[in-house]
Design a protein around this ligand. Sequence first.
Ligand code: SF4
Ligand code: FES
Length: 242
Amino acid sequence: MNLTLRIWRQQNAEAPGEFGTYEIGDVSPDISFLDLLDLLNEQLLQNGEQPVAFDSDCREGICGMCGLVIDGIPHGPAEASTTCQLHLRSFHNGQTITVEPWRSAAFPVIRDLIVDRGALDRIVQAGGYITAPTGSAPEANSIPVPKKDAEAAFDAAACIGCGACVAACPNGSAMLFTAAKVAHLNRLPQGRPERDRVVRMVAAQDALDFGGCSNTGQCTAVCPKEIPLSAIATLNRELLSR
Ligand code: SF4
Ligand code: FES
């Protein structure tokens, strides 16, 4: 495939950014989008130019580090996929692809396509710790958990903290992320003693640069782990009950 990439270049949060245009040719449709950026960076280095800065770690869709807005969609056009799991076969030969960082007031650009997502960590931090006895692991069946609660908690725990939901939301809201964290802890008996975490986490979210939720649903549409909007309903119920 031969592709044209329009990539956001920005030295730091204060510097003005602009798109750079790069041609890259003869790439396999089977490589991932991050592999493509690796190849581009090799090309740039060979030409004595600055490589494009971008985040990645596992490249298996589990760590949440990667995150690019590709042609206007966080994580690109493939459904339920992270950027690292997106392959060039989702595009066509000769296509021009626009690549940007997450755009949100809460995520300042560090450089090029890398943003600071520390605000999500501060929401989790506000939730505090879980009280749990230390020592050897208790017998697994000593705390009965209804199957539907176990499954709902497990589904919510699939959130990888990538921030695509924030980037997609017209309000820059982190509600789906916060809801996933609250739902996964508050639905299990082990997490209930500290159910008040929901109050602190929502307060932290509101105090940071995130917007409010107006139920547009863009968050769940781009979420690589398909966290449903019903997680936000769980969060709201938990918040009202506290
Ligand atoms: S809810 Fe989905 S989109 Fe948002 S941080 Fe978690 S995995 Fe990413
Ligand atoms: S690099 Fe880990 S989820 Fe993409």
